[in-house]
Design a protein around this ligand. Sequence first.
Ligand SMILES: Nc1ncnc2c1ncn2[C@@H]1O[C@H](COP(=O)(O)OP(=O)(O)OP(=O)(O)O)[C@@H](O)[C@H]1O
Ligand SMILES: [Mg+2]
Length: 223
Amino acid sequence: MTHDQALAASSPAEHPVAPDTAARPVIEIRDLYKSYGNHEVLKGVDLIAPRGHVIGLIGSSGSGKSTLLRCCNLLEDSQKGDVIFDGEPVKWTSAGPGRLPADRAQVRRLRTNLSMVFQQFNLWSHLTILQNVMEAPVTVLGRPAAEVEAQARALLDKVGIGDKAASWPAQLSGGQQQRAAIARALCMGPRRCCWTNRPARWTPNCSKRSCASSRIWPPNIAP
Ligand SMILES: Nc1ncnc2c1ncn2[C@@H]1O[C@H](COP(=O)(O)OP(=O)(O)OP(=O)(O)O)[C@@H](O)[C@H]1O
Ligand SMILES: [Mg+2]
């Protein structure tokens, strides 16, 4: 995600406040950088959330929306840039890679005023994505592992995350985890499927996969 990709749609304040307070953004992010190893996810993101506005982050799956929010809540360390709450910048131990918030009391205070709703798909965190998909067919249905593995890999390809088979759930974006959960459900060859959070919309770069995904129901890969 770059500065240009951090698109913000906002609605104006419904509850007027004093002009001096209203002038200060509730959250401001300046030139934020975040990498996982060599994978650069946030590349100089700027964002201003004025008081009383609703901000929507729009971006393709895996583009860094949740990473930005986690960095904002100081649940993830970022490598460069400023996070400012109500005009108060987060204090860092140093500049550059390896920096950490310097003031624990400040972090506690800032977090008290910032809530977060997480994406959650209950993948088993101690198993890889491939193992997540294979576990129930092998253990519960007693099917041969080699046959299940071939089916699991095909399903992961179909939902667009074949390259994530060896990754751990924590290394996937929320949408990628959602697709892993779909592959896991389909690998059991169910006659019916209950969705607690049906993927009603898929992000733009997945529109083709979305069509492909709707065609994988009912499952067309024989167990
Ligand atoms: N802990 C991690 N270790 C390594 N890579 C990670 C980690 N968390 C996220 N990533 C990678 O960082 C990228 C951004 O992930 P992020 O969760 O921010 O995406 P997102 O924009 O919220 O996507 P979605 O719309 O699917 O939820 C993805 O490519 C993901 O695979
Ligand atoms: Mg996300």
